[in-house]
Design a protein around this ligand. Structure first.
Ligand code: ADP
Length: 181
């Protein structure tokens, strides 16, 4: 199942699926600031992509110390179909009064900004922050879609794909997409 809307020349797509299996030029990892792997989508990406991704993350951390919330870095995709993995750190939900909406928007914006110089034309996002980081999914979906639409109006991609693990999340993101456009 999938839904799709065109914003200028960019397809914005929602699909239910596993982000590690996507054939887009890049996929985005909902990482933590150590970039050393973890549970959820982070663990799945490192398992599927192999040790090369973690090696590159270690080199980046040696240089920058840690990846702050809302920032993004890029590595190759190791054994994945995707050529690149963008690692971004979404905010932990603390009730919404600690800058969470802006930090989540930054994670989407900076992920696209990290991918663009590599020539990435198609990119897949998971639902950043809505698992272990407990961001309410309806609120997160609205920010995700709104931010991506804002960016691609300025600087188009060919496709931005939201890959949702559960049927419920797929519906939430698809509804947010249909409301925005
Ligand atoms: P965060 O720490 O940013 O909340 P999580 O990985 O805990 O990140 O969860 C983010 C979302 O990713 C959740 O909706 C979770 O169900 C989903 N997810 C987990 N594994 C995958 C996968 N392989 N592909 C796509 N989404 C996934």
């Amino acid at each position: 199942m999938h839904t799709e809307q065109k914003i200028g020349n960019t397809r914005i797509v929602t699909v239910r699926g596993d982000i590690t299996q996507q054939d887009t030029d890049a996929i985005v990892n909902a990482a933590n600031s150590t970039l050393m792997g973890g549970g959820g989508v982070d663990g799945a990406i490192h398992r599927a992509g192999g040790a090369k991704i973690l090696e590159e993350c270690k080199e980046i951390i040696d240089e920058i110390g840690s990846c702050p919330t809302g920032e993004a870095v890029i590595t190759t995709g190791g054994n994945l179909k995707a050529k690149y993995v963008v690692h971004t750190v979404g905010p932990v939900w603390h009730g919404g009064t600690q800058g969470e909406p802006d930090l989540l928007a930054n994670a989407y914006r900076n992920s696209l900004a990290a991918a663009r110089p590599k020539g990435v034309r198609t990119i897949s996002f998971p639902s950043i922050s809505t698992g272990a980081y407990r961001y309410p999914v309806a609120k997160a979906a609205e920010i995700a879609l709104k931010t991506v639409v804002e960016v691609v109006k300025q600087t188009p991609f060919d496709e931005v794909r939201f890959v949702l693990f559960s049927e419920e999340d797929f519906k939430t993101y698809s509804d947010a997409l249909s409301r925005l456009t």
